[in-house]
Write a protein that binds this ligand. Structure first.
Ligand SMILES: Cc1cc2nc3c(=O)[nH]c(=O)nc-3n(C[C@H](O)[C@H](O)[C@H](O)COP(=O)(O)OP(=O)(O)OC[C@H]3O[C@@H](n4cnc5c(N)ncnc54)[C@H](O)[C@@H]3O)c2cc1C
Length: 379
């Protein structure tokens, strides 16, 4: 039997990959730091929105996003069956709502782009929208429904993945960070790790860096120069009576209802490095826009205000695949859509690692599109 694949990072990307590797008969060892502050998966709203998130500047992402959404029902079935837990996967769809003329103009622009890409959205007038969601503001002037956009609870999904992996014998190295590479002649021989102040080397022939916004930070070893950086997102979690069934989006805010009655309100998008503080301004803006869309939100209780770091590469596309160091792979930079992209990223990279053959679907996301520096020989 081959040695385990070492995976640094236990967000949705690392854990989904570990799960798909196990599904292919591989053993996995997952490195998890003690401090999980800023983990994007724990903050994310969980919108699975290839249509709403279709981006004029990053059209390469649309096929991967649609592929990943199509994989979701089967992925969730397998994870839930293996873990014996639910992930709150829901298919009610998204309602995009305009509250005034400027909103309407912005939504028309988005709609034109979606139509151009062959993505489907159904235009709705204010009355139809309020029939679907009676809590919407009387100031609603129109919008559209995107039935293809779904959602999942990322925290529930992460717990289910951890449970499934553990039950199937994954090795979890807790309080452990990847801090560097050991290689010889361009071939991976180990991952340097730190348990607090104590350093060690985990010998391995295959490893994946899937540590989100931290990919390449404080790391000793030549990696593709993908420049991963954190893009801070602030999010509120509110509780109280269930007000909504659909995900509601305006150009200013999104509202994601959970089965347990919680409502996720998001999100800011800020270039502040790894500053994990919440700001009064972002909280104020989120609440103002949320209450403008659904006035009864003013009566809900604030349960949590949190911060997560979206992992963004230089070109805002993910890095998924092999590096110049034989045996070393990257799976990161999923930016605003990592929850959506997890099933496809995981399955395609698991195939690449297991079969030693890369799927053409991953070509646009190869880490090797960035400058590659040679790996130093260490003896
Ligand atoms: C506010 C917000 C809202 C979002 N909403 C959505 C959404 O609705 N839909 C969607 O699809 N996506 C959404 N995203 C994006 C999504 O959350 C991310 O793309 C995704 O979670 C990235 O997953 P990841 O596993 O790569 O990173 P993370 O979830 O950040 O996990 C990385 C893990 O690696 C660990 N780590 C760090 N350094 C090391 C190290 N040296 N060694 C080992 N482990 C390490 C960290 O502790 C962390 O636990 C949102 C993100 C934010 C911040």
């Amino acid at each position: 039997m081959r040695d385990p694949v070492v995976i640094a990072g236990a967000g949705v990307i690392g854990l989904a990959l570990a799960f798909e590797l196990q599904e292919r008969g591989e053993r996995v060892k997952i490195l998890m730091p003690e401090d999980e502050a800023g983990t994007a998966t724990l903050t994310a709203a969980g919108m699975l929105a290839p249509v709403s998130e279709a981006d004029v500047e990053h059209t390469d992402l649309v096929p991967l996003a649609l592929d990943s959404l199509a994989r979701y029902p089967n992925f969730i079935d397998r994870v839930q069956a293996a873990a014996g837990r639910h992930c709150d996967y829901r298919t009610e769809g998204t309602l995009w709502v305009a509250l005034h003329r400027d909103h309407r103009a912005e939504l028309e622009h988005l709609l034109a782009f979606m139509n151009h890409r062959g993505l489907s959205a159904e235009r709705l007038d204010a009355r139809s929208l309020r029939r679907l969601e009676p809590g919407l503001s009387p100031r609603t002037v129109g919008g559209y429904r995107i039935s293809a956009d779904h959602q999942v609870d990322p925290r529930a999904l992460r717990l289910a993945l951890l449970e499934a992996l553990t039950l199937r014998g994954a090795e979890l190295e807790s309080s452990c960070r990847a801090v560097g590479l050991e290689c010889r002649g361009g071939v991976l021989t180990g991952i340097k790790v730190a348990y607090g102040d104590r350093q060690a080397v985990l010998p391995c022939t295959r490893a994946v860096l899937a540590n989100g916004a931290w990919l390449g930070h404080d790391f000793d070893g030549a990696l593709p120069d993908c420049g991963v950086r954190p893009v801070r997102g602030q999010v509120l979690r509110l509780t109280g009576p269930v007000l909504l069934q659909h995900v509601i989006r305006t150009p200013d805010v999104y509202l994601v209802p959970r089965a347990d009655g919680r409502l996720v309100v998001g999100a800011s998008s800020e270039e502040r490095g790894f500053d994990g503080r919440n700001s009064a301004g972002a909280t104020h803006d989120l609440l103002r826009h949320a209450i403008a869309a659904v006035p009864e939100i003013a009566e809900l209780e604030i349960e949590e205000i949190s911060v997560g770091f979206r992992p963004a590469t230089r070109d805002h596309l993910p890095v998924i695949g092999a590096t110049a160091v034989s045996g070393l792979f990257l799976c990161g930079g999923h930016f605003r859509n990592g929850v959506l992209l997890a099933p496809a990223s995981a399955a395609l990279l698991a195939e690449t690692i297991h079969r030693e053959w890369a799927d053409a679907a991953l070509a646009p996301f190869s880490p090797r599109r960035f400058e590659v520096q040679p790996c130093p020989n260490r003896n």
